[in-house]
Design a protein around this ligand. Structure first.
Ligand code: PMP
Length: 390
């Protein structure tokens, strides 16, 4: 029997660069002591107070079908949060609650792209981007940014993209690079999408992980609220990755269509998860700060350890839970470096190539193990690189 081209084509037939990750998992399963600095999963669990709120909600009977767009209380809390953090007046009907940021990325492309439309995304990118766009039926087209510009997109980078595209997907703070787009960069992006009459899809799931400077949502720039869809999530801000809860902020009419899509796909997010999210959002800044500050600390540690390294350099970054290392001085590809590091040191990092061609010759290190082991791993990684280069 024939299956659909759309589903067959999700991975686009390209090597996805996840071989190192699976090899590390297999080594661990075989009992080897492998240190994983691969995926963006915190080394702490969801706070027990949030879990208690979830438990109480479920026990009190909130286990039936939930409201598809999200509960009135949660949509209001999200709208209030977005208004406070971005300065853009946001109402409940600008909000739809989704099963994580990932479902938001898919739904947003479904909302603004027709089958075959060109949907742009900046490279390096979060691994699911091209597949998500293809799953929505659009033509996923990368726009490379460059290491020599610190992976900040330039006007020339954007102008080189094909004309006629429907949307541009951006991500700041960025996974994998940790780069936070400067206000000038965001203004230039806003100008670009406005001139070409495109939608902007702004993935801001790392907006609580800013270590230097400030988060600026491009939706706050003049005229942009009408053409911007913002992806938010509780995964990174509250260590709730497994709860699968996030949102899209969009113009009202888009939200109406997104509710129709949600009705025909997920039928909303479980009510007890929504209540837990509402509790977490109302719990104030301390809990969020607790979740994030470890990465600020480990980033400082990383900067110190790598400052003297001669065979690798740290991409200048200001956010997110990753460090991106330029290892081109070793003469290896990111993938070869990662495989050899795994073999020699039992340390697993992600090859830059897993995140697009623009990140070739780099590796991404997730700052997701406790400080001492993290520091030790970085020293060994730097020594390993020096050995290769020397
Ligand atoms: N966007 C980016 C940039 C991410 O790194 C991730 C998860 N790693 C997501 C979206 C999806 O997050 P979630 O679905 O858990 O909210």
């Amino acid at each position: 029997m024939r299956i659909s081209k759309r589903i067959e084509n999700i991975l686009g037939g390209e090597a996805d660069g996840w071989g190192v990750f699976y090899k590390a998992r297999a080594m661990k399963a075989a009992g080897e002591d492998v240190l994983e600095l691969t995926i963006g999963e915190h080394d702490r669990k969801t706070d027990p107070a949030i879990l208690r709120a979830m438990h109480e909600s479920a026990l009190s009977g909130n286990t039936g079908y939930a409201e598809v767009p999200g509960s009135a209380a949660l949509r209001k809390a999200i709208a209030r949060r977005v208004t406070a953090r971005t300065g853009v007046q946001t109402e409940s009907d600008n909000v739809i609650v989704t099963t994580g940021g990932q479902a938001g990325l898919f739904a947003s492309h479904m909302a603004v792209c027709d089958t075959g439309d060109v949907a742009l995304y900046l490279d390096p990118y979060y691994t699911t981007y091209p597949g998500t766009i293809r799953a929505a039926g659009a033509n996923a087209t990368p726009v490379p940014t460059r290491a020599e510009n610190g992976f900040q997109p330039t006007k020339d980078d954007l102008e080189s993209a094909p004309t006629g595209a429907r949307s541009l997907l951006i991500n700041s703070p960025n996974n994998p690079t940790g780069v936070v787009y400067a206000p000038d960069t965001l203004a230039m992006i806003a100008d670009f999408v406005t001139t070409r009459d495109m939608w902007l899809i702004s993935d801001e799931v790392y907006d609580t992980q800013i270590w230097q400077g400030q988060h600026l949502s491009p939706r706050a720039l003049p005229g942009m609220a009408a053409r911007t869809l913002v992806i938010g999530s509780m995964s990174k801000s509250h260590a709730m990755t497994g709860s699968r809860i996030g949102w899209i902020i969009a113009p009202r009419d888009i939200v109406t269509h997104l509710i129709n899509l949600s009705t025909c796909t997920t039928y909303g997010v479980p009510g007890f998860i929504q209540d837990a999210a509402l509790f977490a959002l109302n719990a104030g800044d301390t809990l969020e700060r607790d979740v994030s500050e470890v990465f600020a600390r480990r980033r400082r540690l990383g900067q110190k350890i790598l400052a003297g390294a001669n065979a690798l350099s740290l991409v200048p970054s200001s956010g997110a839970m990753y460090l991106m290392l330029d290892i081109r001085a070793t003469g290896l590809s990111g993938e070869d470096f990662a495989y050899r590091l795994l073999e020699a040191e039992r340390i697993a990092v992600m090859p830059g190539e897993s995140f697009g061609h623009a990140a070739a010759g780099h590796v991404r290190v997730a700052m997701t193990v406790e400080d001492r082991r993290f520091a030790d791993a970085l020293k060994r990684l730097a020594d390993f690189a020096a050995g290769l280069a020397g």
